[in-house]
Write a protein that binds this ligand. Sequence first.
Ligand code: ADP
Length: 258
Amino acid sequence: DCQERSFLAPMNKDSHIKKVIGVVSGKGGVGKSSITSLLAVLKQRAGYRCAVLDGDITGPSIAKTFGVEGTQIYSNGESIIPATSLEGTRIMSTNLLLNDSEEPVVWRGPILAGMIKQFWSDVQWGDIDYMFVDMPPGTGDVPLTIFQSLPLDGIVIVTSPQELVSMIVSKAVNMAKTMNIPILGIVENMSYVECPDCGKKIFVFGKSHLQDVAQKYDLHILGQLPLDSELTQLSDMGMIENYDSSWLDEFEKQIQFF
Ligand code: ADP
């Protein structure tokens, strides 16, 4: 018995978005925003037109990661024109609307959900092959409302080895099933560190439970990604589009979603 998604927001008349993929996590800090950004970077590199809708509105980081923080956002009267990264990815985030990006976002649930709907309906996204939505962390009311209001074609679950993965995954799986949205796969972020001298993978958080959990819920593993200080640094500098590393090739092969 699938819950009817009757709250779907209408798409902006100047937007043609082929696929919308939500990226979810159980809690903050596992790298959900980073993975959302990397998915867009990889798809953009592969020649697709990409967009990132920053739905993590209480902790928005996408604009900074792509170096568009501080971009003046314009409206043509009817629609809002999103920011565009150097490589051409379109971006919309609450911190593009705030005067001071350090200003904390303290709006409550319904306003947050309304904001996301507006990002969908009022932003002139143009022609987009892949839109990635950085969802708010967790499986509470706000993510749920956003799930219901956007026409998601699939979701990607991001976890980290420190999390109680099974519980979180079961919640995300239930949420997706209730909404009848396919789960495209699961990513374990910060799984290991690679020794810069010998290349050996060091699993700092011990044995991963990813395989067991993926099997239990019948999920496709998209990757176990390393902890890489280069990624943090480039993200901090707004240059995630310059990130490159050997593991990206394997990850890219796994994200042939549609
Ligand atoms: P979330 O969206 O889950 O809250 P973020 O993507 O904002 O998490 O990541 C939290 C912090 O960890 C950021 O500073 C980010 O640059 C860093 N980070 C995320 N993934 C990695 C990684 N694989 N290697 C190194 N740093 C990472």
